[in-house]
Write a protein that binds this ligand. Structure first.
Ligand SMILES: [Zn+2]
Length: 238
């Protein structure tokens, strides 16, 4: 597939509140499929993500001003799911939110039924706010390689992170910022994850701390060395 990024084309479609319907074919071919080693696809996607980020910052993508409570299914937390972003470790939070907006929310709003609501064709709504601004993060926490942690979603919010709604309703998603497909995170980063768990989720059973790959088949997240190496390092720190 030859990918040429036509900024004007994407920009024009994204100005419509039902952009995900207008762009459905492009999204299904070029944005939604999970790819790991494909620099051409990744480069293309980053151009789309950065455009979405820019347009969201400038309020140029129509968003819903209100909407249903998409967190009504939230249940007591009984699991911690570990992810990696598979992006550059220094990624801006606004870009991470833009990725969630197009990938998670765009995909879900294409369904005829969004958690029991008929939202297809409507402007997108998450009901999730951070510093007074609507956000579309999939994860509750982001941990940088130096161990710094950033809270993205409140615990009351359901993160759309695992690909399994039942699990989403009762879990917390912690993402390591970076690409650990073929790499091991630094000890500082693993300590950052441990710190979040110790300070906030002591009641969650240790055997309910799981990698994304352990709860969703065909996923490699959070990378090849999680089960072999650093899951044990993490559990030993708790
Ligand atoms: Zn994941």
């Amino acid at each position: 597939m030859k990918l040429g990024f036509n900024k004007e084309y994407w920009k024009e479609q994204l100005k419509h509140s039902n952009w995900y319907i207008i762009l459905e074919k492009d999204l299904k071919e070029k944005i939604f499929p999970i790819v790991h080693k494909n620099p051409e696809v990744k480069t293309f996607r980053h151009k789309v993500y950065e455009l979405v980020e820019e347009l969201l910052e400038k309020d140029q993508i129509p968003l819903a001003k209100e909407g249903p409570n998409l967190d009504a299914d939230r249940k007591p937390i009984d699991a911690i799911i570990i992810h990696h972003t598979e992006e550059k470790p220094e990624i801006r939070l606004s870009k991470l939110s833009a990725i969630g907006f197009i990938r998670q929310y765009g995909l879900t709003y294409l369904k005829n039924d969004v958690l029991g609501y008929k939202l297809k064709g409507q402007p997108i709504w998450s009901g999730h706010f951070r510093n007074g601004k609507i956000v579309f993060f999939a994860y509750h926490w982001l941990v940088r390689p130096n161990g710094n942690v950033e809270r993205l979603l409140k615990d009351d919010y359901i993160g759309w992170h695992s690909g399994n709604w039942e699990i989403n309703t009762k879990s917390i998603a912690i993402a390591l910022s970076g690409d650990y497909e073929k790499d091991t995170p630094s000890i500082s980063q693993i300590e950052g994850v441990a710190k979040i768990i110790k300070e906030n989720y002591r009641r969650v059973d240790k055997n309910r701390i799981l990698g994304h790959m352990e709860i969703k088949e065909k996923r490699t997240c959070p990378g090849a060395y999680f089960l072999k190496e650093w899951k044990k390092t993490l559990l030993d720190l708790l």
